[in-house]
Design a protein around this ligand. Structure first.
Ligand code: PBG
Length: 324
């Protein structure tokens, strides 16, 4: 026998030497929920271990993220009041814009402060855009709200705005608006291939979503693969600096396609349901929690993501350091 692939698996040193995929804390981004009001961190029912922070607890989170050497932090706002057009999203005193300013002030510049750019946390109907009179999501009038939101976030100090609303033309519209307002250095992370997914369930608890229905007229059909590449291509043409595939684990084929195709950094978002599944199985003693987390995060990297959004970012960073 000439070929014995097992030679390279003989011991840990040999396996480490021949490993194809490596992760670094810098590749990881921690999503963080910030709730309006005081009272400190609150647990999220379906995401054990993840909390809603408040403006008071946010500076400590930023310090922890920087100490862990993470690449970035992605902020989500949980407002007290919501209305039809999501006015809290563009109010400089709105919770997300205030959170951005607090995080930027707390940061020493060693991590990238990013903000989710979408209306769903701010609208009373829970959709990612404004509605037409018959209840549909109005693409083009939503773009105007995204433009205003991008400027508010850039003004608050966000280095990256994460467009997660899946409106057509959103990257082009926001790029032009940022440039016109003088924010030429604010980067756009486009959630390009964002699927309508059951795996967002726990996130909707985390942001106290009011959505009644689904997002299938704007988020993608999970049965589609080619369309993921099309969405990524369009976003790169429109000016995206980074493109993202979301969720991650059920869409590694789409992620691999996109990574092969584009010349910008590719991110993937290991979403709330992916988190909850592993945590729940581990809590029952049905799965080795830490091993499952490391395997899942490495598989996302292996498929082609150079940036990974994960609720386990801090823990994974610690393990990566421990393993040298
Ligand atoms: C939209 C947004 C969602 C997530 C990130 N940005 C929710 C949705 O589209 O329904 C989900 C993230 C997760 O599930 O962890 N603002």
């Amino acid at each position: 026998m000439k070929d014995r692939p097992r030679r390279l698996r003989t011991n840990a040193a040999m396996r480490a030497l021949t490993r194809e995929t490596h992760l670094h804390p810098r590749d990881l981004v921690l999503p963080v929920f910030v709730r309006e009001g005081a009272g400190g961190a609150l647990p999220i029912r379906s995401m054990p271990g993840v909390v809603q922070h408040t403006l008071d607890t946010l500076p400590d989170v930023v310090a922890t993220v920087e100490a862990a050497g993470l690449g970035g932090i992605m902020l989500f706002g949980v407002p007290e009041h919501r209305d039809a057009t999501g006015s809290g999203a563009t109010d400089p005193d709105g919770i997300l814009n205030r959170a951005i300013a607090v995080a930027v002030t707390a940061s020493t510049g060693n991590t990238v402060v990013m903000a989710d750019l979408c209306l769903d946390e701010f609208t009373d109907h829970g959709h990612c855009g404004v509605l037409t009179s018959d209840g549909g999501v109005d693409n083009d009038s939503t773009l105007v709200r995204y433009e205003e939101m991008a400027i508010a976030q850039a003004r608050a100090g966000a280095a990256v705005v994460g467009l997660s609303g899946m409106m057509d033309g959103q990257v082009r519209a926001v790029r032009a608006a940022l440039d016109d307002a003088g924010f030429t250095d604010t980067a756009i992370l486009a959630y390009s291939a964002k699927y309508a997914s059951a795996f967002y369930g726990p996130f909707r608890d985390a942001v106290e979503s009011t959505l009644d229905g689904d997002r299938r007229t704007y988020q993608m059909d999970y049965a589609n693969r080619v369309e993921g590449s099309r969405e990524a291509d369009l976003d790169v043409l429109e000016g995206a600096d980074i493109v993202m595939v979301k969720p991650a684990m059920s869409y590694l084929d789409v992620l691999a396609d996109v990574a092969d195709r584009v010349d910008v950094p590719v991110a993937a978002y290991q979403v709330s349901g992916e988190y909850a599944m592993i945590e729940a199985a581990a809590a029952h003693g049905w799965i080795n929690r830490n091993a499952a987390i490391m395997e899942s995060v490495h598989s996302i990297r292996r498929a082609g993501a150079t940036i990974i959004f994960t609720y386990w970012a801090l823990e994974v960073a610690t393990w990566l350091k421990d393993n040298g």
